[in-house]
Design a protein around this ligand. Structure first.
Ligand SMILES: NC(=O)c1ccc[n+]([C@@H]2O[C@H](COP(=O)([O-])OP(=O)(O)OC[C@H]3O[C@@H](n4cnc5c(N)ncnc54)[C@H](O)[C@@H]3O)[C@@H](O)[C@H]2O)c1
Length: 391
């Protein structure tokens, strides 16, 4: 195969940006051949924007047409898994937008279909392309900070207005979106947390519903997590704080790193704290250390980086930076936090998929979908700065 012929499913804010960048030839080795959206106005917009690109009203029609080698799914969250399953069954490579799905039960089914198909499966965790997160990932995974002790992430700069929540009828409802800040904005950070530190064994979640907006779901959440080795994690996120904070601190027995303001400060201890604690013959000694500051010197390749990596994985076997199978991990964290918050209890990871699905179903049954503002000004076929890492 010389070129990956791709179809974009869902031509809204995100899908239209992916489609336009591919159409404009910015992703070497990838060619836009089809677009699909259930909304007629979006289909008209795609027809007006592109030549020689087929436009479909349903993903099944698109798959049946047999024009594509791969699809990119950029619909509302609930449709990611069922569409991906149909696509894998039709022999397509799949790149799904985040989150992988709304609940782990559907993601497990999708992963099964992916495995059976043997096709390339990736997920759009574009923030993994940020050099500071990559560096932190490598340091922690290589043991440079020793054994994990603590992770604290305050990520409250996902500010959103009421107008944003009103902009799509599916947004911020249990039936349409399946969650709030933990399921829409924070998946990037939940993914990077688990990518760097691994998954904790149990969590308590504190999710505040409609704290700052007129919505059905949470717009403010705190997760307290415990790891198998006793390490703890705190994750705080919100769409209602201004100015917000983005500060990640990870501490281990050999030092700590802090990422904030577009730089990472790494403090490495000359002696492992656990040894020092018991070998030192003084009461108040501090451990000698070295400090290094690493600036973010390169702009992240973001969505285009993931699109290029997906293309190269199909054409040349390049390793995926963001494999689709990783998508379930951050949903484990958000599902566990919701269940914990609803039931006021600790929730073990992996979360009980049936129990979570049952509780979510009850919420969705009482959900009220709203009208949605017919205002397309943000679906302008461009990547928005608000989707990049913001310091
Ligand atoms: N990676 C990122 O940085 C990023 C940023 C924004 C959005 N997203 C993700 O992209 C997805 C879409 O978000 P958005 O902001 O573009 O939403 P949107 O509402 O602007 O677009 C969704 C589009 O999907 C269409 N659609 C709905 N159901 C469909 C179906 N069954 N088949 C085909 N089309 C369907 C809608 O008509 C709409 O045009 C979400 O999952 C969101 O989490 C990711």
């Amino acid at each position: 195969m010389e070129k990956v012929r791709v179809g974009v499913i869902g031509f809204g804010n995100m899908g239209s940006a992916h489609a336009k960048h591919i159409y404009d030839g910015l992703i070497n080795g990838m060619e836009l051949v089809a677009v699909c959206d259930t909304d007629e106005a979006k289909r008209e917009k795609a027809k007006a924007a592109f030549q020689n690109v087929e436009v479909f009203a349903s993903h099944r029609e698109l798959l049946k047409a047999g024009l594509t080698d791969a699809v990119i799914i950029a619909t509302p969250h609930y449709f990611h898994c069922p569409i991906a399953i149909d696509a894998f069954n039709a022999g397509q490579h799949v790149l799904s937008e985040k989150p992988a799905g709304v609940y782990t039960k559907q993601i497990l089914e999708m992963n099964e279909a992916a495995k059976k198909s043997g096709k390339i499966f990736a997920i759009m965790f574009n923030q993994r392309t940020n050099m500071l997160f990559k560096k932190a990932h490598d340091m922690v995974q290589n043991g440079e900070l020793g054994e994990l002790k603590r992770m604290v992430w305050i990520i409250t700069n996902w500010y959103r207005t009421q107008h944003y929540y009103d902009s799509g009828s599916w947004r911020a409802t249990w039936a349409g979106e399946g969650g709030g800040v933990l399921l829409n904005q924070a998946p990037h950070n939940l993914d990077i947390w688990q990518w760097i530190c691994g998954l904790p064994k149990r969590v308590r979640g504190f999710c505040s519903v409609a704290k700052y907006h007129h919505i059905e779901v949470e717009d403010d959440a705190t997760i307290y997590a415990e790891y198998e080795n006793g390490a703890t994690g705190i994750f705080i996120t919100s769409t209602g704080e201004a100015p917000g904070t983005n500060r990640l601190e990870i501490g281990g027995t050999k030092g700590k790193l802090v990422i904030e303001g577009g730089k990472m400060t790494v403090t490495k201890l000359k002696v492992d704290e656990r040894e020092f604690c018991f070998d030192c013959e003084d009461n108040f000694s501090t451990i000698p250390s070295e400090v290094e500051v690493i600036e973010q010197t390169e702009k992240e390749s973001a969505h285009m980086g993931i699109l290029r990596n997906f293309t190269n994985a199909i054409l040349h076997g390049e390793a995926l930076l963001s494999p689709g199978y990783d998508g379930i991990n951050e949903v484990q964290l958000s599902n566990a936090a919701y269940l914990s918050s609803w039931k006021d209890k600790w929730v073990e990871i992996p979360v009980n998929a049936d129990e979570y699905y049952e509780e979510l179903r009850k919420k969705a049954e009482n959900s009220e979908l709203h009208e949605g503002i017919k205002n397309d000004k943000h679906a302008d076929m461009k990547y928005s700065e608000r989707w990049s890492v913001r310091w």
